[in-house]
Design a protein around this ligand. Sequence first.
Ligand code: HEC
Ligand code: HEC
Length: 388
Amino acid sequence: MTSRRCCWSRPRLEGALLAVLLVARAFAAEVPAAQVPGAQMADAEVPLAIHAPLGLPALPFPADNPPTAAKVELGRKLFFDRRLSFNGTMSCAMCHVPEQGFTSNALRTPVGNEGASARRNAPGLLNVAYHPRLFHDGREGALETQVWGPLLAPDEMANPSLGHVLDRLRDLPDYAGQFEAAFAGRGASADTVGAALASFQRTLVSGDSRFDRYRYGGAIDALSAEEKAGLAIFTGKGRCAACHLIGERDALLSDFRYHNTGIGWLRSQEGAGVEVELAPGVRARMSAAVVRSIGAAPRSDLGRFEITRDPRERWAYKTPMLSEVAATAPYMHDGSLPTLEAVVEYYDRGGAGAPGQSPLIAPLRLSVTEKAALVAFLKALSGRAGRP
Ligand code: HEC
Ligand code: HEC
């Protein structure tokens, strides 16, 4: 994989500013085109340098799809375009809401085409460029190909086929010439739609959090005493940093591996009943038998096992990067934990005691003060993109 990827250079201050600028643009603010390097040049040719902000390593991208201003702009248009869904009502941004860390706060599992609920929680997309594999179970290897997942999923954008999406794009007058301009004469195709959306998503970087400034920027006062205590628990007796990694020069806060935290098993437990979303925000707990009788049985979810068929990976999910984690509630692959307090309580209890649960997740016996400190620290992981 390393051979496919190359890297951005990283002058720090300038990089942070550009990253913020790009994220600000993703948040739908109008920024004159002149501020995007290359925007007024021959777009297809000029690579767009996206510098990684403090706390992040150089941004990876595939050698055959270097971002350019034209690709990023086209990808942004596609990302926010509802006409990309079968019935014209649903864009990527409706489940990945910019103001909510590119996830959806209202729904544990987002509602897609015609009210069908997706099986899992929509992950936040900030820093998604760093994920070597995509989706909670890592079934996709590149942003370029991942986009066809939601575009074709019956419970998401519900298009009947790839060709259907391409035909629609070719018919839309406001896309006329745009693919050709961004891709050296190539029109809308499975490849170019993927490459444009991937390029836009790579600009969604978030770093330079108060934690980053404390850890990597030499700003010893950037964290409060409580947050520093939370950091000590995160890297010490909480064992959080065993999976949510903090490096010498940067912190991706994920090992990008798959772990059984007990959440998936908990959800699979029949007798426990299931929480049903009757309307957005209105929930009720029903026995699994009742839910089945009204035809909405919870769909089985075995995590990474579904991809590898390795029994040791049953209920294992990818470690999230915790980017802007304060903004991306609800948490976990099924959105079952509504707040950061609930997440910390869950880990403090030692998870669910599930079969095959990671041995790193065991009762922590934190005091009330320690739990509050850990939550305070998690909130300090928000970068500029999360601040007004
Ligand atoms: C109906 C809601 C919905 C829509 C619309 C939607 N997504 Fe998603 N997205 C999800 C869910 C749910 C997942 C997690 C699915 C899983 O892991 O199985 C996801 C996962 C992803 C991921 C993987 C992130 C990671 O951390 O691994 C990316 C990237 C992504 N979506 C981008 C897009 C793009 C681009 C579009 C538009 C073409 C889009 N999504 C449309 C709900 C949605
Ligand atoms: C064994 C590895 C491991 C350890 C140890 C661990 N985590 Fe996690 N963490 C994960 C995985 C895997 C997930 C995703 C689980 C899922 O999707 O069901 C996760 C999810 C989370 C989330 C939710 C993020 C989101 O976007 O949904 C938070 C917050 C979190 N962990 C914080 C912590 C804290 C705080 C600790 C220490 C008390 C900790 N983690 C310890 C692996 C780990």
